[in-house]
Every structure is written in structure tokens, then in C-alpha cells.
Ligand binder design. Structure first.
Ligand code: ATP
Length: 587
């Protein structure tokens, strides 16, 4: 029992305590709630205040910004206004200034044109026009003087017995793009290094050679540029044709490296058949043009006063061949010998001389002869000539007295010669028996042929260059074979002998020119058939024109320099002064 009482007491105590605690907690909660309510009130009061202050700040800011912008805008506007104002002021000044300037310049111009200065200007203008006119006249005069200087130079050349040297630079051609390079692979790039810089000067750019000079200049009597036509080249040669009829021996010789344009210059280029007649004429070389000119000049002389014969020779492998001859079996192109006559002239024994009456006939015989000329394709030139070609037009002329005497003799001998006359102009007798009206005195001399002659003619005695009242002058037109370097032309086998003969004969020509230029006592004409054959032309009293042909490209520069050097040496030669053969000729 007491346990229960204690328990109740403890329990009641605890309840009491808990009730106490609860009351104190409830009081605390009440307290806190009151505090919370007060805080809420305060917060609401603060939020209200904050809101009020924010609204106020925003409107203040807005107001301020607007105020600032407005003021700066106003400022800017006023500045713009100021600037506009200044600008309009400046523009006004400018307009006034421009108007004033215009007015002033008008006034000045008026003044100038009316004043003496204007007269001076007019005078000056007149003087300028006068000077221009006189300059034009000076130019014309200069041209005339140049022409005169050229003529005087030619006369001097003639008086001193100089060899005339012309040079023709050929254009760059498709064949230049096919030249194999020295390294052996591919083709050499085409570079033009030789230029005709005036009508008498040629310049070689040597910068890529081992020479110490940058460029070399060569001067000749005439230099033809690549664009010069065949006609232009012939124009410069033409005066020599008149010399021929005036009684001089004339030789025109084309020299140059293989493929440099010698045959093109002397004969013209094939195929001419494809061209019109006028184009063909324009493309013709010196030989056909010279033949045409010769017959034109003869047509201006008394009829039957001149007779022309043509012969065609080639020097191949140092042997002379008569390309118009024919033996009993009909074989064309007989070998011939060259001799020196008692008068010191060189002659080909038994050479065929075909009489011709027109340029067309000359060309017919030439074509016949050319069929036999040696040609061979090489790496440099697909149609390379392997021989020297010499076309000779022999002009025989008579004085009117000789003509009359010949006619009387003709009548007297008529009966005696009636049987043999038929043979006079047969091919076999042509060489030994010229027409009877040309035989006024004994002309034959004993045969001096050093070796048996292969000609079918009865006596291959040398032809006299003239008999009393009959004069023979020769026009020799020479297309030399081209010098070549075997390595470049790619020639092998039998062709090597040809190249060797060509090069040796050209060396012999160079030696002869050198000996003549240095006035050596012995001139080695006999070192080759070519120089022996052309002895009269090179060293004798003939008028000789050397036509140098050169390729313009770097690939052939060594050969071109060699040709130009030979031309320069030839110009130094002072051979005997050209002599007229027919001083007494009156026709
Ligand atoms: N001035 C030129 N204008 C146009 N073509 C040219 C000229 N010169 C040369 N030719 C052409 O160049 C080529 C070689 O010329 P050509 O046959 O005359 O050379 P070449 O010197 O006679 O050679 P080779 O000594 O080997 O016979 C030809 O096809 C020719 O037609």
C-alpha cells in the first residue's frame, strides 16, 4: 500500500512538473508569436517603405537621363547648326572666289591674247611649225645623205677592190624548235640572240657564251633583218647586174652554216608550185631574179648585141661536176677538171654552156641540173645540200662594128660552112665552136687539160675570156654547202666524208680570204677545187659580193659567230680593182 501511495505522489509531482513546464512553454510560444507578429508588422512597414523609395529612385533616374540627353542633344544640334553655318559661309566664300577667279582668268586671257605676250605665243607656235617642217626636210635630207653615203661607200669599196659583204639574219623557223639539246634529252629552248639592229649592223648577244664580252657588233655593207623579203634582198644585189653588162665579172656567193638560208636566198624555197604566179615571183631567190633582170637589161640594148649561156657546176667531195653535161650513154653530170689558163684565169675544161634567150630557159636548165645536186637529210636540216653549186651566166657582147664585120664574114663563109653550120649549136660542138659571128679571130688554144677530159666534145680547150670585139663576162651565182658540226647534224657513215669535204673546202676559202687580207705572197687557191674554181672571183678583178646567212638562235651561235667573223675578214680584203673587160664596147 505505501508503495502505491508513493507512486501516486511521484506521479502527481511529475504531472505537476509537466503541467508547469507546459504552461511555461505555452507562455513562451505566446511570447514568440507576439514577437513574430510584431516582426511581421515591422517587415510590412519596411517593405512598404522600400517600395515607396524604389519608385521614387526610378523616376529620378529617368528624369535625370532624359535631362542629360536632352541637354547634350541640344548642344549637338547647336554645334551642327554652327558647323552648317560655317560651311555655308565657306561655300559662299568659295563660290565668290571661283567666280572671281574665272572672271580674272577671262580678263587675263583676253589681255594675253591682246597683249604682245600673245603675239609671242603665236610667234612661238609658228616657229614650232617651221621647225617641224625643217625637221621633216632634214629627215628627208638625211635619208638622201645616207643613200649618198652608201653610194660613196660602195664606190670606195669598188675603188679599193674590197669584197662587199651583206648579211641576212633568217627568221626563227619550225626547224629551230626541233633541235636536240646539247645534253641529249629533249629540245633546246629557242632563244633569239642575233639581231639586225640597223641596215648595216648586226648584234650578237654573247652573254651565254664563254666570251668575256656581253655582246658583239658586226658591220657590213648591208644587213637584212628576218622580216626582209626576197625582193628587198635582191634590190641590194641588182646594181651588180648593170655592172655585168658594163663589162665586169660579177660573183654573188652565199655563205653560212647549214640551215641558215643560203639556198632560200640564192634559189628560193620549194614548193613554189602551190603559190600564185606573183607569190612565186616574190619568193624567188637571187638566181631567177638575176636572170630576169639580166634579160631585161639586155632587151634595152641593140638587138643581137648580147648572147647569154648558162652552165651549172657542183663541187661535191672536192670534185667538179658539170650538171648540164650528158655522155654518149645519156648519163648526166660528168666530172670535169679545173685549169688555170695562160692569162691566169681558172676554167673548167669541157664545161657545157647552154645558150639561153630568157630567164625561163635559164630556170629550165637549172632545174635539170638541180635534180642531180647532192642532198641529204640531217638532224639540222631535212633537205641539206651536200655540194657547192655554181650557176654561171656568161654574157658575150659585141661592138656594132664587130657585128657588121661578122655579118660580112658570115656571107663570105656561107657556102664553105653550110655543111658544118648545122653542128654549130649542137650540144657536142657548143663548147669548142661558138656561133660564127662570134668567131672573128682564131680563139682556140692548145688543150692544157692536166687530165683526160670526160666530155664528149671534140676538144675541151679553154674558152678565151675575150677575142677582139667580143667580150665575155661571167655572172657566177654560188650557193655554198653549209659548214656543220658532225655532233649537231648527226651525220654518220658515208655522210661523214661529205661533211669533211664540205668543211675542208670552206676552211680553204677562209684561208684564201685570210691570205688576201694579210697581203701574203702566196694565196693557197689550189688547196681545194672550190677556191681554184672561184679564184678569179675571190682574188681576181671581179666584183664579189659575199652574202652571209645566219640563224638567229642561241643553238647555232658558235657557227653564226664563225660566219660573221669570216665576213669581217672578207671585208678587209683589198683585191685588185675590178676591171672592165669591154672598155671599147660602145653598145
Ligand atoms: N629568210 C627566210 N625566210 C623564210 N624561210 C627561210 C628563210 N631562210 C631559210 N628559210 C627556210 O629554212 C630552211 C633552211 O634553209 P636553206 O635550205 O636555205 O638552208 P641552207 O643554208 O641552204 O642549208 P644547207 O647548207 O644545209 O643546204 C628552208 O626550209 C627554208 O625555206
Amino acid at each position: 500500500m505505501p508503495l502505491f501511495v508513493n507512486k501516486d505522489r511521484v506521479f502527481a509531482h511529475q504531472v505537476h512538473l509537466l503541467e508547469h513546464k507546459l504552461r511555461s512553454k505555452e507562455e513562451r510560444i505566446l511570447e514568440l508569436e507576439t514577437e513574430n507578429a510584431i516582426l511581421h508588422l515591422r517587415l510590412a512597414e519596411c517593405i512598404g517603405k522600400l517600395h515607396q523609395s524604389r519608385v521614387k529612385d526610378d523616376s529620378d533616374l529617368k528624369h535625370n537621363t532624359q535631362r542629360i540627353s536632352r541637354s547634350s542633344l541640344t548642344k549637338l544640334l547647336s554645334e551642327v547648326q554652327d558647323l552648317k553655318h560655317e560651311l555655308s559661309e565657306i561655300f559662299g566664300v568659295y563660290v565668290t572666289f571661283a567666280t572671281e577667279l574665272e572672271e580674272q582668268s577671262k580678263i587675263l586671257l583676253d589681255k594675253v591674247s591682246k597683249s604682245s605676250a600673245g603675239e609671242e605665243v603665236q610667234n612661238l607656235q609658228a616657229r614650232v611649225s617651221a621647225l617641224e617642217r625643217s625637221l621633216e626636210e632634214e629627215r628627208k635630207q638625211c635619208k638622201v645623205e645616207r643613200q649618198r653615203r652608201k653610194e660613196l661607200h660602195n664606190t670606195l669599196v669598188e675603188l679599193r677592190g674590197n669584197i662587199r659583204v651583206h648579211c641576212r639574219v633568217r627568221p626563227v623557223l619550225p626547224l629551230d624548235y626541233l633541235q636536240p639539246s646539247t645534253s641529249g634529252s629533249g629540245h633546246t629552248p629557242v632563244e633569239e640572240v642575233i639581231q639586225a639592229i640597223s641596215d648595216d649592223t648586226v648584234m650578237v648577244n654573247c652573254s651565254k657564251t664563254e666570251m668575256h664580252v656581253q655582246s658583239k657588233i658586226f658591220e657590213f655593207e648591208r644587213v637584212h633583218a628576218p622580216e626582209d623579203s626576197q625582193d628587198a634582198v635582191f634590190e641590194e644585189v641588182k646594181p651588180l647586174l648593170r655592172s655585168l653588162l658594163d663589162g665586169y665579172n660579177v660573183c654573188i656567193m652565199a655563205y653560212g652554216q647549214t640551215g641558215s638560208g643560203k639556198t632560200h636566198t640564192m634559189l628560193g624555197s620549194e614548193p613554189l608550185e602551190l603559190l600564185s604566179e606573183t607569190q612565186q615571183e616574190a619568193q624567188q631567190g637571187v638566181v631567177p631574179k638575176a636572170a630576169t633582170e639580166l634579160f631585161q637589161l639586155i632587151s634595152e640594148k641593140p638587138t643581137e648585141s648580147h648572147m647569154v649561156e648558162v652552165s651549172v657546176i657542183e663541187v661535191y667531195n672536192n670534185e667538179v661536176y658539170d650538171l648540164l653535161s650528158q655522155n654518149e650513154k645519156g648519163t648526166m653530170g660528168q666530172k670535169r677538171d679545173v685549169v688555170t689558163t695562160s692569162s691566169g684565169e681558172s676554167q673548167v675544161l669541157g664545161l657545157t654552156y647552154e645558150p639561153v634567150n630568157s630567164a625561163a630557159e635559164v630556170m629550165q636548165f637549172l632545174k635539170k641540173g638541180l635534180k642531180l645536186r647532192a642532198h641529204c637529210p640531217t638532224l639540222i636540216h631535212t633537205d641539206s645540200s651536200r655540194s657547192h653549186l655554181i650557176v654561171t651566166l656568161t654574157v658575150s657582147s659585141k661592138s656594132p662594128n664587130a657585128l657588121a664585120l661578122a655579118r660580112r664574114l658570115q656571107r663570105a663563109k656561107k657556102d664553105m660552112l653550110s655543111s658544118s653550120r648545122k653542128q654549130f649549136w649542137s650540144p657536142q660542138c657548143r663548147r669548142a665552136n661558138p656561133p660564127d659571128d662570134f668567131l672573128l679571130s682564131p680563139t682556140s688554144s692548145p688543150c692544157r687539160s692536166p687530165s683526160p677530159c670526160l666530155s664528149p666534145s671534140p676538144c675541151p680547150s679553154p674558152r678565151p675570156s675575150h677575142t677582139p670585139d667580143i667580150f665575155r663576162n661571167k655572172l657566177q651565182l654560188v650557193d655554198l654547202a653549209g659548214s656543220e658540226c658532225v655532233g649537231m647534224s648527226g651525220v654518220s657513215g658515208p655522210g661523214l666524208w661529205e661533211v669533211s669535204c664540205i668543211n675542208r673546202s670552206l676552211c680553204a676559202l677562209s684561208d684564201v680570204l685570210g691570205a688576201l687580207a694579210e697581203h701574203r705572197p702566196h694565196i693557197p687557191y689550189r688547196n681545194s677545187k672550190l677556191t681554184h674554181l672561184l679564184q678569179d672571183a675571190i682574188g681576181g678583178d671581179a666584183k664579189l659580193l659575199l652574202m652571209l646567212c645566219v640563224s638567229p638562235t642561241q643553238h647555232f651561235i658558235t657557227e653564226s659567230l664563225q660566219s660573221l667573223g669570216l665576213g669581217s675578214r672578207a671585208r678587209q680584203v683589198q683585191k685588185s680593182v675590178p676591171r672592165r673587160k669591154n672598155n671599147t664596147l660602145q653598145v
